[in-house]
Design a protein around this ligand. Structure first.
Ligand SMILES: [Zn+2]
Ligand SMILES: [Zn+2]
Length: 141
């Protein structure tokens, strides 16, 4: 995983996001929620330890139950609606970051799997080389 040290902001500039250190995982997700929120067939995201994520500015949050039974919280800019980060109650020490926030400066992104392939639409092309999981990835611990 590349060493990250980057800052970016939401579409309107009210919220600044900084990331440092290494992502735990980089993956794509085709669950229906990600499709709705991203406006596409999948989201491109990475998982970072909470220590490596800094958010400046007041975000709004939306909380919903996840398929796993956990609680999923998405933080977004109250002005422009850009998603800044998300988290699962199952993994409170980590933050899920949309890689598109670093538009123009995210050549380092290397997704290593697609999750929720069972709801992936055929028209949304995914690298055929990366492993796909029907729902959540198998437990890694
Ligand atoms: Zn904004
Ligand atoms: Zn998803």
């Amino acid at each position: 995983m590349p060493q990250l040290d980057q800052s970016t902001h939401c579409d309107c500039g009210a919220i600044t996001l900084s990331v440092t250190g290494q992502a735990i995982s980089m993956f794509q997700c085709s669950c229906r929620n990600c499709q709705t929120v991203s406006g596409s067939g999948h989201s491109s995201i990475m998982l970072l330890p909470i220590e490596g994520v800094r958010i400046v500015g007041a975000t709004k949050s939306f909380v919903r139950p996840a398929d796993s039974g956990a609680t999923f919280t998405r933080h977004f800019c109250p002005e422009c609606g850009t998603t800044i980060a998300a988290e699962s109650s199952r993994a409170p020490a980590f933050r899920i970051i949309p890689v598109g926030l670093f538009a123009g400066a995210n050549d380092w992104y290397r997704p290593n799997q697609l999750i929720f392939s069972r709801t992936h639409p055929h028209w949304d092309l995914i690298d055929p080389e990366i492993p796909q999981h029907a729902a959540y990835r198998p437990e890694q611990h």
